[in-house]
Design a protein around this ligand. Structure first.
Ligand SMILES: Nc1nc2c(c(=O)[nH]1)N[C@H]1C(S)=C(S)[C@@H](COP(=O)(O)OP(=O)(O)OC[C@H]3O[C@@H](n4cnc5c(=O)[nH]c(N)nc54)[C@H](O)[C@@H]3O)O[C@H]1N2
Ligand SMILES: Nc1nc2c(c(=O)[nH]1)N[C@H]1C(S)=C(S)[C@@H](COP(=O)(O)OP(=O)(O)OC[C@H]3O[C@@H](n4cnc5c(=O)[nH]c(N)nc54)[C@H](O)[C@@H]3O)O[C@H]1N2
Ligand code: SF4
Ligand SMILES: [Mo]
Length: 715
C-alpha cells in the first residue's frame, strides 16, 4: 500500500489528488485535502485516471496498419519507419508537405511541452496546426497585439473580485479555462458571501448562470456589439483616478470608436434591453473591483478576436487590469515565457505566411485548423501529403470533421502519437502510444501561467511503464534525431539530441526553475518544489504587467490596427435568421476522449439537442423524439430535449461525441456513440482576423427524423 500526491492532468484546474495504490493497482483516488490550492476539491473525471490506466483498449505497443489490419511492431522499427517516410515525403514534396496537429492533452503533458518544440524544429514545416485554433487563439492574438506577448493572458482574480462578469464560459461544468482555479463552485460561493456579484451572459442558462445574481441571454456571436456598448457607457463618464492613462496607447481612438455604439443601437442584434446594458456598465464601472472574463463562447465565434480585445479594453478603462480583484498576470515559478532560448515560448507573430488555398494568416507559427482539410484535398503545388498528429482527435474536434475524415484517408503517410485507436488515428499508418498519465512525471508547465494564485507542483510517476514503453518526450526525441540523421545534420545535432535524452524532463524543469523562477528572478529548484508534496502555494497574484509589458511603445496597445479595421466587418454582418447551433460541456465529458470510461458515460444519453419549447412547437417537434439537424456541411440525428434554459432561436449540442465511425478500438465509447457536433460546424465559418473556427452560432435547420426508429432516453 502506498499513498501518492499529484495534480490531476485532465483539465486546467490542476486539482490535487491523493492516490492510494496496492502494488500495480490503484485502490482509490480522492481530493487532496492538504492541497493549498484545491483544498480537496475534485470532479468526477479524476477517477478516470485509474480507468485510463487499466483500460484494455489503451495501446501499449506501436502498431502499423496494413490495409485495415493492425500489426504490433517494435519501437525501433516504428520510429525508423516513421522518420524515413516523413523524410521521404519532405524530400519529394518539400518540407511543408508534412503537416502537424497538436491536440489539447499536449498542454497537460510535461515531457511533450518541454521536448515538442525541438521535434517541430527538426521537422521544419510551416504547416503546423493545433487545437489552439478551435479554442483560445483569439485571446492569444489579442494579447500579442495589446501586451506584446501571446501568453500575457490576463486572468480573472476570482478570489478577490467584487464583480464578476462572465461571457461565454461555464466554469461550473468546465472547471474553468484560461482561469486555473480548482473548485469554482466554492470560489463563486465565496464571492457571494463577501457581497460580490456574478453576472453571466450566455445564450443558455448554464450551470454557472443558474447560480448567478443575474443571467442575460445573448444572441450567439453578438458579444462584440454588447462590449462596444458597455464601453460606450463607461467612457461617457470620466475615468476613475486610478486608471493609469499614461500607460495606454490609443485611448482617444477607442473613445471615438465606441461613440456610435449606443445601447439602443445593439439591443436588437444582441437581444439585451438597452436599459440592461446601461445598468450593467454602470455597476461594473462603479464596483470597488470588477473583472470581465470571456471564454470559449466568445472565442469560437466569427468575431472572436474582437471579443478578446474588447473584454481587455473594458478591464483596462475601468481600472481593473493588473490590479487585485481585476484581471491579473500570473508569474509562476516555472515560466516558459521568460526562460532563456530555446526553452522559452516566443512573443507570437502574425501573417508571416498564409495558407495556400484560402489565404488565412499564420498566427504564432501556426495555420488555422479550419483550413487543414482543404490543404489536404486541393491538388497542386504545396498540397499537404503527410500528417503527424500528437494527442489530438481533429476528426471529432475540428469543424466539418467528416470532410477531414475523408481527407485523412488519402494521405501518403500519417503517424499518430496517441494511446488510442480512435476516429482520427484509425487513418494513421503507424500509431506510437505513450504510457498512461500515472506512469509519468507530472509538472504543470502551462496552467500556473493561468492560475489565480502563484503555484507550482511536481510529482514522480506512480508506476514504472517498463522497458518496452516510450514516453511522449522520448518518442519526440526519437523521431527528431532520426530526421536530423536522415538529413545529414551532423555531429552537433546528434550531440544535442543525446544531451536532451540524458537531461529528460526532470533536469530540464530543475534548470528552468533555477533560471526562470517568478518572472526571471530564479532561486527555486525541482527538489524544493517536490518537497511540497501537496503543492507549493506562493500566494495571491501581484501586479506584474509593468515588469513584463513587451510592446514596442512600452504601453498597452488599446487600439490594434487589425482589430480596429475589423469593426467594419462586425457592423456589416447581417443578423442570422432562423436557428443557430451552440455547444455545451458536461462535467463528465473531456472533449472527445474519455468516453471509453464506463463510469463517465453511464446514465441517460447526454448527446441530446436542447431546444426552447417555443421553437419546438413552431416546428411540431416533440420532446424526446429523434430529430435531424442540418447545416451547410452535414447532418446528424439525435434525440430532442426541450428546455427553456435555451434562448429561443438557439439550439445546443454537446461537443466531443460521434464514436459510431468504423475501425475504432473504443468499445465503451462506441456503445455511447452520440453524434459529432463538428459534422455540423462549418470549416468556412471563421473569425477572419485570427482564422479561429466559428464553432458557435452555426445556422441549422431541425426537422423530425425520417424514420423515428429509436426513441432515445431522456436525462
Ligand atoms: N467537463 C468538461 N470540462 C472541460 C472540457 C470538457 O470537454 N468537459 N474541456 C476543457 C477545455 S479544452 C476547455 S477550452 C474549457 C472550456 O471552458 P468554457 O469556456 O467554460 O466552456 P463551456 O463549458 O463550453 O462554456 C461555454 C459557454 O459559452 C456559451 N456560448 C456559446 N456561444 C456563445 C456566444 O456566442 N456568446 C456567449 N456569451 N456565450 C456563448 C455556451 O452556452 C456555454 O455555456 O473546458 C475545459 N473543461
Ligand atoms: N464544436 C466544438 N468543437 C470543439 C470544441 C467545442 O466546444 N465545440 N472545443 C474545442 C476545444 S476547447 C478543444 S481544446 C479541442 C480539443 O481537440 P483535440 O485535442 O483534437 O481533441 P481531444 O478530444 O482532446 O483528443 C485528445 C487526444 O489525445 C490523446 N491523448 C490523451 N492524453 C495523451 C497523452 O498524454 N499523450 C498523447 N500522445 N496523446 C494523448 C487522446 O487519446 C485523444 O486522441 O476541441 C475543440 N473542438
Ligand atoms: S476539475 Fe476534475 S478533471 Fe479538472 S483537474 Fe480537477 S479533478 Fe481533474
Ligand atoms: Mo480547449
Amino acid at each position: 500500500m502506498a499513498t501518492h500526491h499529484r495534480a490531476c492532468n485532465l483539465c486546467e484546474a490542476m486539482c490535487g489528488l491523493r492516490i492510494e495504490t496496492d502494488g500495480a493497482r490503484v485502490t482509490s483516488i480522492r481530493g487532496d485535502e492538504d492541497d493549498p490550492f484545491s483544498k480537496g476539491y475534485l470532479c468526477p473525471k479524476a477517477t478516470a485516471l485509474k480507468d485510463l490506466h487499466e483500460d484494455p483498449d489503451r495501446l501499449k505497443q506501436p502498431m502499423r496498419r496494413e490495409g485495415s489490419q493492425w500489426k504490433t511492431i517494435g519501437w525501433d522499427e516504428a520510429l525508423d519507419e516513421t522518420a524515413t517516410r516523413l523524410h521521404d515525403v519532405q524530400k519529394r514534396h518539400g518540407r511543408n508537405a508534412v503537416a502537424t496537429y497538436l491536440g489539447n492533452p499536449t498542454t497537460h503533458n510535461t515531457g511533450a511541452l518541454l521536448f515538442g518544440p525541438s521535434f517541430l524544429r527538426a521537422l521544419g514545416t510551416r504547416s503546423r496546426f493545433s487545437a489552439t485554433s478551435v479554442d483560445q487563439l483569439p485571446h492569444m492574438l489579442a494579447a500579442h497585439w495589446m501586451f506584446g506577448h501571446q501568453l500575457l493572458l490576463p486572468v480573472p482574480d476570482v478570489d478577490r473580485t467584487d464583480f464578476f462578469l462572465v461571457l461565454g464560459a461555464n466554469p461550473l461544468a468546465s472547471n474553468g479555462s484560461l482561469m486555473t482555479a480548482p473548485g469554482m463552485r466554492h470560489r463563486l460561493d465565496a464571492l457571494k458571501q463577501r457581497g460580490g456579484t456574478l453576472v453571466v451572459i450566455d445564450p443558455r442558462r448554464s450551470e454557472t448562470a443558474v447560480r448567478a445574481d443575474q443571467h442575460h441571454f445573448i444572441r450567439p456571436g453578438t458579444d462584440a456589439l454588447l462590449l462596444l456598448a458597455l464601453l460606450h457607457e463607461v467612457l461617457a463618464s470620466p475615468l476613475k483616478p486610478h486608471v493609469k492613462v499614461d500607460q495606454l496607447h490609443g485611448l482617444d481612438e477607442v473613445r471615438a470608436l465606441v461613440k456610435r455604439f449606443t445601447p439602443e443601437s445593439v439591443s436588437g442584434a444582441t437581444g439585451l434591453a438597452a436599459e440592461t446594458i446601461r445598468t450593467l456598465a454602470q455597476r461594473f464601472a462603479n464596483a470597488p473591483s470588477a473583472v470581465c472574463y470571456g471564454r470559449i463562447g466568445t472565442s469560437v465565434q466569427t468575431f472572436g478576436t474582437l471579443c478578446a480585445w474588447l473584454i481587455t479594453v473594458l478591464n483596462v478603462v475601468t481600472g481593473n487590469l493588473d490590479r487585485p480583484g481585476g484581471a491579473m498576470f500570473p508569474m509562476p515559478p516555472f515560466d516558459p515565457r521568460w526562460l532563456p532560448r530555446p526553452m522559452s515560448v516566443g512573443p507570437g507573430s502574425y501573417g508571416r505566411w498564409r495558407s495556400r488555398v484560402r489565404g488565412l494568416p499564420e498566427v504564432g507559427g501556426e495555420l488555422p485548423v479550419s483550413v487543414l482539410a482543404e490543404e489536404l484535398l486541393t491538388p497542386g503545388e504545396g498540397q499537404l501529403r503527410a500528417l503527424v498528429t500528437f494527442a489530438g482527435n481533429p476528426v471529432l474536434s475540428t469543424p466539418n470533421g467528416a470532410q477531414l475524415d475523408r481527407a485523412l484517408a488519402g494521405l501518403d503517410f500519417m503517424v499518430s502519437i496517441d494511446p488510442y485507436l480512435n476516429e482520427t488515428t484509425r487513418h494513421a499508418h503507424v500509431i506510437l502510444p505513450p504510457p498512461s498519465p500515472l506512469e509519468r512525471v507530472h509538472f504543470d508547465v502551462v496552467f500556473p501561467m493561468l492560475a489565480v494564485r502563484t503555484v507550482a507542483r511536481h510529482a514522480d510517476a506512480l508506476f514504472d511503464p517498463g522497458p518496452t514503453a516510450r514516453h511522449d518526450w522520448q518518442i519526440l526525441i526519437g523521431l527528431g534525431k532520426r530526421l536530423d540523421a536522415l538529413r545529414g545534420a551532423g555531429v552537433r545535432a546528434s550531440l544535442t539530441w543525446s544531451v536532451m535524452e540524458r537531461l529528460g524532463p526532470k533536469r530540464l524543469l530543475d534548470l528552468g526553475l533555477r533560471l526562470g523562477a517568478r518572472g526571471g528572478r530564479g532561486g527555486l529548484s525541482l527538489k524544493k518544489v517536490a518537497a511540497h508534496e501537496h503543492g507549493l502555494d506562493l500566494g495571491a497574484l501581484e501586479p506584474a504587467l509593468h515588469l513584463r509589458l513587451k510592446t514596442k511603445s512600452g504601453r498597452i496597445e488599446l487600439y490594434p490596427r487589425h482589430l480596429a479595421d475589423d469593426v467594419a466587418r462586425l457592423e456589416a454582418a447581417a443578423p442570422t435568421e432562423g436557428l443557430v447551433l451552440i455547444n455545451r460541456r458536461h462535467t463528465r465529458d473531456c472533449n472527445s476522449w474519455l468516453h471509453n470510461v464506463p463510469r463517465l458515460v453511464s446514465g441517460a444519453d447526454r448527446c441530446t439537442l436542447l431546444m426552447n419549447p417555443a421553437d419546438a412547437s413552431a416546428r411540431s417537434l416533440e420532446d424526446g423524439a429523434p430529430v435531424t439537424v442540418r447545416s451547410r456541411v452535414g447532418e446528424v440525428t439525435v434525440a430532442l430535449q426541450l428546455s427553456d434554459e435555451l434562448m429561443a432561436g438557439v439550439v445546443s449540442l454537446p461537443h466531443g461525441y460521434g464514436h459510431a465511425r468504423e475501425g475504432i478500438r473504443l468499445q465503451v465509447a462506441a456503445d455511447h456513440a452520440g453524434a459529432s457536433v463538428n459534422d455540423l460546424s462549418d470549416d468556412q465559418r471563421v473569425d477572419v482576423v485570427s482564422g479561429n473556427a466559428a464553432l458557435s452560432g452555426v445556422p441549422v435547420q431541425v426537422v423530425a427524423a425520417a424514420s423515428p426508429s429509436t426513441r432515445a432516453p431522456r436525462s
